[in-house]
Ligand binder design. Structure first.
Ligand code: ZN
Length: 196
């Protein structure tokens, strides 16, 4: 069963999916009706259609500016810096934050990907454009994340940005916003601390 084996090989590369889970999913799909499989196929094939990157926050969106950046009901003076779109989605789903976001992208000093000048400029432009009253650093609390945090802090300091806070974490090192429960996120946001 060539196609099934190929599918298992693809599935086991998914985040959090090992070989056994990949096999279970593949056999589950095999038991479904054709319409269901076609629908999944079409969804996957069209996943990146009509998507763009928001020119203000870096979020993946169907419009530029994205629906968050263009929402007049949000608090436009508070900007929350997150690692990636998954962190943004988790915070949005919690319903605990009503300000705007900025997606930093992958900054990993250990992996040789330092905060590039381009990334820093994109962020500072966003902060100045909003004339933000508060910038919240919400990068994930892992060792590399912490190094990225200090690099980020330097960039903000050198640019004269004031009132920078950081999420307080009840999370273990290596934990991430993406997997935090609502109570943990709520505490992290409510007890954020001023770092600059
Ligand atoms: Zn945006």
């Amino acid at each position: 069963m060539e196609a099934l084996n190929r599918l298992i090989n693809i599935l086991k590369k998914f985040p959090g999916i090992g070989k056994k889970s990949a096999r279970r999913i593949a056999y589950y799909l095999l038991r479904q009706e054709g319409d269901y499989l076609s629908e999944i196929g079409t969804l996957i094939a069209g996943l990146k259609n009509n998507l763009c990157t928001c020119g203000h926050c870096g979020n993946i969106s169907e419009s530029n500016p994205c629906s968050i950046c263009s929402d007049p009901l949000r608090d436009r003076k508070t900007l929350c810096i997150v690692d990636d779109a998954e962190s943004l989605a988790a915070l949005e789903e919690s319903g605990l934050y009503s300000g705007l976001y900025h997606i930093l992208g992958r900054v990993s000093p250990l992996g040789g990907e330092d905060l590039s000048d381009e990334t820093a400029e994109f962020l500072l432009r966003h902060i100045h454009e909003l004339e933000a009253d508060e910038v919240i650093i919400a990068t994930n609390p892992k060792l590399e994340g912490d190094m990225a945090y200090y690099t980020l802090l330097d960039v903000l300091k050198n640019a004269g940005v004031e009132n920078v806070t950081r999420l307080a974490y009840g999370l273990p090192v290596g934990g991430s916003i993406e997997f935090a429960d609502r109570a943990t996120l709520s505490t992290a946001i409510a007890s954020r601390t001023k770092v600059m």
